[in-house]
Write a protein that binds this ligand. Structure first.
Ligand code: 5RP
Length: 219
């Protein structure tokens, strides 16, 4: 296992103790989350899970976890997911695995949303690409309005959305998030604001630690 994979595993294992008997838990998508699924299964916790992607659902079900559809559920105790970028204020970029729309819905429903990353995901400032999910209807017109956006050569999302990446400048993630959210044809974007994030666990140099948020440090 590479040092990076080991750091992903350490962050995932550290987060797995948040999953307790009787909880309703949201499970993210990606290679870091794959370590989480193994760690949860090994702990034999009696919890119930909702998944952000068919991939995660298949692994979780294969490991014997009690997976339910995200249907008739209004809130989750905790959701745990990876990220592609984490900045010092806890702005995230997600969607490297094209699951960002479902990931955001599950993060928003969770009392606590915990992010697990290896240290390669920590950035000084958020930069492109920013994953997008777009409506297939009127796609050319949406791309024209967005500018600087490339379609990604991957299958549509499970909800029929077209996956693309915004490759323009990211001067201010909040302003870009507001612009993307208000662009007709954009189903969802991969910028997750700090208001969604309860905490970040980073695997670094063979240890897992909770990251301090810059704005929290400065009061
Ligand atoms: C999927 C995601 C993933 O959480 C993100 O891409 C990180 O993946 P990995 O843990 O494999 O590095 O947002 O849509």
């Amino acid at each position: 296992m590479s040092a990076q994979d080991d750091d992903k595993r350490l962050a995932a294992e550290a987060s797995s103790i948040m999953v307790q008997d009787g909880m309703l838990v949201g499970l993210g998508t990606g290679s870091t989350v794959a370590y989480l699924l193994t760690a949860i299964a090994a702990r034999r916790v009696t919890a119930t899970y909702v998944c952000t992607s068919p991939r995660t659902q298949a692994i979780a079900t294969g490991l014997g976890l009690d997976v339910r559809p995200f249907d008739g559920i209004t809130r989750l105790d905790v959701a745990i997911d990876g990220a592609d970028q984490v900045d010092p204020d806890f702005w995230l970029v997600k969607g490297g695995g094209a699951a960002h729309t479902r990931e955001k819905l599950i993060a928003a429903a969770a009392d606590r949303f915990v992010v697990i990353v290896d240290s390669s995901k920590l950035v000084d400032a958020i930069r492109a690409p920013i994953p997008l999910e777009l409506m297939a209807f009127g796609l050319s017109s949406t791309l024209e309005r967005l500018g600087d956006t490339e379609l990604r050569d991957v299958p549509p999302s499970p909800d029929g959305g077209v996956i693309a990446d915004y490759r323009g400048a990211v001067d201010d993630p909040a302003l870009l998030a507001a612009r993307l959210s208000s662009t007709p044809g954009v189903v969802e974007h991969g910028l997750f604001g700090p208001h969604l994030v309860s905490g970040v666990i980073v695997g670094r140099d063979g240890q897992a630690t909770w990251l301090q948020r810059r704005s929290a440090q400065s009061g």
